[in-house]
Design a protein around this ligand. Structure first.
Ligand code: ZN
Length: 152
């Protein structure tokens, strides 16, 4: 299993004020509370740190009916892209989370979609990736916010 944050070239684009999925510059805010995940390093942004809020479409290519976009947070400061064989440990606190597979055409695979408890995410992701119709997995929060992508 390969778990990744958003590509670093996209992260740099947004850090430089580049347009988001809505065609708007990212908002700069100060992190409040302890549950503001950066989708590049997949770490939690420390309270009081500057962060970016923007609308993100986690799919390559032209928009299509299943390429939904939604709000994400990013560190404003530079950070290292997450690229590991396991989920970040804090994902156990995503309770529940939405998880589903996508086909190679980036269309959602309805048979894979589930709402699961955080501690079960890794096992469910592995099970979805055993389905040859699923090219990759997306994990989202209970609010529908994209968290990360998981590949075989
Ligand atoms: Zn970060």
């Amino acid at each position: 299993m390969r778990v990744t944050g958003i590509p670093s070239d996209q992260f740099e684009h947004y850090r430089c004020g580049g347009a988001d999925a809505n065609g708007q510059a990212p908002l700069v805010a100060t992190a409040s509370g302890s549950r503001n995940p950066c989708r590049h390093c997949l770490g939690l942004i420390d309270e009081g740190e500057p962060m970016l809020i923007l609308n993100y479409r986690p799919f390559a290519g032209a928009p299509q009916p299943y390429s939904e976009s939604g709000p994400i947070f990013l560190h404003q400061a530079a950070c290292a892209r997450y690229d590991q064989a396991e989920l970040p440990t804090w994902f156990v606190g995503l309770d529940p989370a939405a998880i589903r597979g996508y086909g190679a055409n980036d269309w959602m695979r309805y048979e894979t979609g589930q709402i699961v408890r955080g501690p079960d995410l890794a096992q469910i992701a592995a099970t979805i990736l055993e389905n040859e119709n699923a090219a990759y997995v997306h994990i989202r929060s209970k609010f529908g916010c994209f968290q990360c992508r998981v590949d075989r």
